[in-house]
Design a protein around this ligand. Structure first.
Ligand code: AP5
Length: 243
């Protein structure tokens, strides 16, 4: 928790905004969600909308790993090679970061896991973690989409690294080409967002992650979304699945 002296330095308008947000959040039901789908299926696009609507924390293992790679932490050094090849990093590494991240106060009302679990072993470990906390997964949103659509989505994606805002040259262009709408800072493309690496990422998805959908289907908590629709339509499907 921030020390009082730090709070004194926070502008009153920021404090009021945060207070109002917390009051709104107090009326929202707790939710523990998993977003699963192939690369480019729209998990990262829908997550911030769900996060704001339900006051959940958004834990994206891909973003966490990329931050570790660019900071050259021991975790990042271990993860870099697999990520650049489009392969999954080891279960132990990602389970560790999720276990730690779930302790954050912002996860108190629940969470959105985006890109985790990606193997059945990760799903089993998540069950153990949640059981220890006396909770469980409420819903799994399956972003179902044909592989053929994904190359255009992935190769046209541009990212503002510090905020995580995502753009697309055709489907969600920034106001000015190559720069973030809010800060005016330059946008970048992810190293693994090439047609060649996408092939390996899709292979990993079909082989290692699809069984995760079966794992949760047996519990009757999977909602299938038609992720090939425009973003607004996918948003409506998400709202329906969570209502
Ligand atoms: P990660 O970062 O999780 O990548 P991913 O799963 O491949 O997902 P993406 O971020 O590529 O896609 P998205 O579904 O979020 O799509 P988005 O909304 O941006 O993982 C990267 C790597 O980290 C992995 O390969 C692995 O090495 C490692 N890793 C991560 N987690 C791991 C784990 N648990 N275990 C082991 N290894 C792990 O959309 C894409 C584009 O399409 C955007 O430009 C967007 O604007 C556009 N778009 C979105 N929705 C629509 C729509 N409805 N219509 C048109 N365009 C759309």
């Amino acid at each position: 928790m921030a020390a009082t002296s730090n709070l004194e330095d926070v502008p009153s308008t920021d404090l009021m905004t945060e207070l109002l947000r917390r009051m709104k959040c107090a009326t929202k039901p707790d939710k523990r969600l998993i977003l699963v789908g192939p690369p480019g299926s729209g998990k990262g696009t829908q997550s911030p909308i769900i996060k704001d609507e339900y006051c959940l924390c958004h834990l994206a293992t891909g973003d966490m790993l990329r931050a570790a790679v660019s900071a050259k932490t021991p975790l990042g050094i271990k993860a870099k090679e697999a990520m650049e090849k489009g392969e999954l990093v080891s279960d132990d590494l990602v389970v560790g970061i999720i276990d730690e991240a779930l302790k954050k106060p912002s996860c108190q009302k629940g969470f959105i896991l985006d890109g985790f679990p990606r193997t059945v072993v990760q799903a089993q470990k998540l069950d153990e973690m949640l059981e220890n906390r006396g909770t469980k997964v409420d819903k799994v949103l399956n972003f179902a989409i044909d592989d053929a659509i994904l190359e255009e989505r992935i190769t046209g994606r541009w990212i503002h690294p510090s905020s995580g805002r995502t753009y697309h040259t055709k489907f969600a262009p920034p106001k000015a080409p190559g720069v973030d709408d809010v800060t005016g800072e330059p946008l970048i493309q992810r190293k693994d967002d090439t047609a060649a690496v996408l092939k390996s990422r899709l292979e990993a998805f079909h082989k290692q992650t699809e069984p995760v959908i079966d794992y949760y289907s047996k519990r009757g908590i999977v909602a299938n979304l038609q992720a090939d629709k425009p973003p607004q339509d996918v948003k409506s499907e998400v709202q329906k699945a969570l209502s």
